[in-house]
Design a protein around this ligand. Sequence first.
Ligand code: HEM
Length: 418
Amino acid sequence: MEYIQKVIFYIWKSIFRHSMPDTNRLRSEVITSNVLLHIHPVKVFRDTLKFTKTFGLGLISFYLFIILTITGILLMLYFIPHTARAYQDMVDLKFVVSFGMIIRNMHRWSAHMMVAVVFLHMCRVFYTAAYREPREFNWVIGILLLIITLMLSLTGYLLPWDQLAYWAMTIVSRIVGSSLFIGDQIRYVFLGGTVVGQNALIRSYVLHVVVLPLIAGLLLVIHFWRIRKDGGLARPGEAAAAKKTGDAPVEDLKSYGLMNLVNGKTPQVGIEPDEMTTTWPHLLIRELVLFLIVVIFVMGMSVLFDAPLEEMANPAVTPNPAKAPWYFLGIQELVSWGDPFWMGVFIPTVGVGLLMLIPYVDRSQIGTGVWLHPSRRLHNILFTIFVVVFVGLIIVGTFMRGPSWQLYWPWEAWPTGH
Ligand code: HEM
């Protein structure tokens, strides 16, 4: 018996190299020696642990991505991307596969939530001015992540091969096809032909399950790496702290001094030691609790509400109105006002470009890491106008457009289309 206990102990010790980390030294070692944990610094600023600092939105986005990856792999075991099979496979998930519908629901609801949460995370970063130097490039990576998230959702939307999917893809491919000069070519590559059919389905599938997740994974690694190397989350006074020491040039301190700090090395830029605390257990426990809350929430939603599945895709029956998924309805609304290229391609592209430029134009450090700092009133007003217009267009497209894209108030009866 004693021998078996010893063997179990050796096995345990070979995997986990430390006893319960109850000293600061062990708490550091447990982070640096664990492949999953070492993305974290050994110590973090106490101030950045407060929930209201970030509302956990970046982490929630990441957790949804994990849930999507796991449920997505499970769905791949049943789903065959063929126009004659795809729809029936979706129906079978409900009636034939144990827990199939829950898995599909978790995948669908997490995807919708991820689009919304990533957008909210971007708003949080803006309103706390956390995109400023040295985090400019991470903001740009973030925008790319937002675009990839949207593309992942869209390519997934086509896969069930129901009416929603088919007509959403038709609308989006028309908008893409309106691009200047090479619109037709882009549309052709996107659809694998000139119509939404088998080629479009397999292309969406490959993009959805291989290409886009790989790009997202790579961008996420860079995103997290940069958070670490940029000195953790943006904090008020971090630039001023960097200026305190005097010896090294301020620029060097910003890029190296703060980095050393979060790696747990000797504080050298005027930071009081009690401003920091160990990642184990203070940050890790918060991350774990948030993860559990997200999983429970997504599971709860998936038990209560089924993801929609309409009739099988039918090119002969055009729904009126045919709508894109909700996150593209703002663009569809814009397109209904004028030329598809200027409204559907040019304006959104310029919008994304302007978003990416923000940190390169706003070079100040006053108010960094503070919610809605008074010195940034103009910035905040301009950004809020952008958010209101963007969300407003989606609301109009979703709730106020009836047959033939007729405008109506949500509380009025659904227009008849005559
Ligand atoms: C898949 C999408 C994304 C994931 C999973 C993600 C994840 C994260 C996480 C976990 C953090 C740490 C702080 C927090 O939890 O809020 C963070 C910080 C950050 N994110 Fe994201 N993010 C995503 C998209 C974006 C987008 C769309 C932007 C902006 C356009 C962005 C810009 C930033 C910046 C600048 C920081 C540093 C913030 C600071 O220092 O306070 N991220 N991100």
